[in-house]
Write a protein that binds this ligand. Sequence first.
Ligand code: GAP
Length: 459
Amino acid sequence: MDNLSLEDIVSLAKRRGFVFPSSEIYGGFAGVYDYGPYGVELANNIKAAWWRYMVQLRPDIVGLDSGIFMHPNIWKASGHVEGFSDPLVECRNCHNRIRADHVLEELGEQADEKMSEEHLNELFQKHRQEVKCPVCGKVEWGDVKNFNLLVKSNLGNFSDNFDDNPSYLRGETCQGIYVNFLNVLDSTRIKIPFGIAQIGKAFRNEISPRQFIFRTRELEQMEMQYFVEPDSEMDEYEKLRHYRWDFYKTIGLREENLQWHKHENLVFYAKEAYDIEYKFPFGFKELEGVHARGDYDLTQHQKFSGKDLSYFDPINNQRFVPHIIESSVGVGRIMLAILTDAYSVEDINGEKRTVLKIHPDIAPIKYAVFPLLRNKPELVNKAREVYDQLSKLGMCEWDDNGNIGKRYRRQDEIGTPKCMTIDFQTLEDNTITVRDRDTTLQTRVNISDLVSTLGSVKA
Ligand code: GAP
């Protein structure tokens, strides 16, 4: 929808039970969100669609669920302890900290977190007078400094000061994949090229979590790492890029709201890096990264673990360290993209309605069942029969409250594709009204034909 604001989405998400701010009754907890009754269904459907597409449909990709905590040296090998940081600058007056690269971007500079500390500081100092502290309004900035994003813990450490030897909550899920590369290879029939996919929580001490569920401190990632023979890396990379683009079409995102962004500042080991960007209410921003990472990851883990992570190819009789191409996306970002894409306000016979036109496979509730009147046991019993049939097919909601028009509007706002009303005619001829979310058309369907008429939505 044109001129849709992030506030429209935040408000609907709260009002209708998709996303709640964390710890709200305690005044909130920044950078964390809770998914409500419809949010958890939507998130589960997004994850199921991703898993189906990335694992179930692919004979060459297997799944994994590794622990959130891992050996601390993994984060040294990966480069996170040294270099997983965002550039921040602190207000000397009130000690508020802001992201230097974000402020510079807003001032029209080409800046990102991968630029060196010195370069960002130079740019920031050039613009410092234009930047007022959003908290105290003063212009008293220090120098730009990199701030490490890994979240530390005392897991397995019983000393009073764990800061020197911390264990970390994982900053990304893919490290669990790299360190299980040999286990997967040794325990399955899989051969290179092959992929390992994982869905799970990751944690980042983001300095300024913002834009709702776009940037959070606790996030859920869906990552797939594809292990290839070195010479085929770029061919496989092109295939994966197109495969990932098509995923967004299968979950119903409109293609005109997607675009590729090629990275100009590559990290030293990367061969090529593209992001798929989505047109959020605050502009085109990264939805997913699809990157060709060379042999960096396994080489680093070989070095730090002392274990041989090379692969022997018996057909060509050669040994090599596999190169890796990666697809990585956050569940929250896809959820925000889906809510943005689906949000519509329409005029129906002079009345405004808000409707989420979510793809039926992804919609949190598939069917809503309405007995016309709650105090007529014949209607309620018949409606119960319909509910019992449909709830075996997918998530169903029962609503016997208020007038039917209001019940439709409520289901429209949570994106339910079909609503079923059981009325007095049902008692005579066993038909019910099936109302379509997008067209608002109503048709009478015999209860015995219901399942075949509805077709299949993936529940
Ligand atoms: N393994 C590569 C990796 O983690 P990344 O660019 O840092 O790369 C990958 O993150 C994806 O994870 C992003 O494209 C985004 O969808 C999601 N993501 C990253 N940081 C996030 C955050 N703070 N909040 C929500 N999603 C995030």
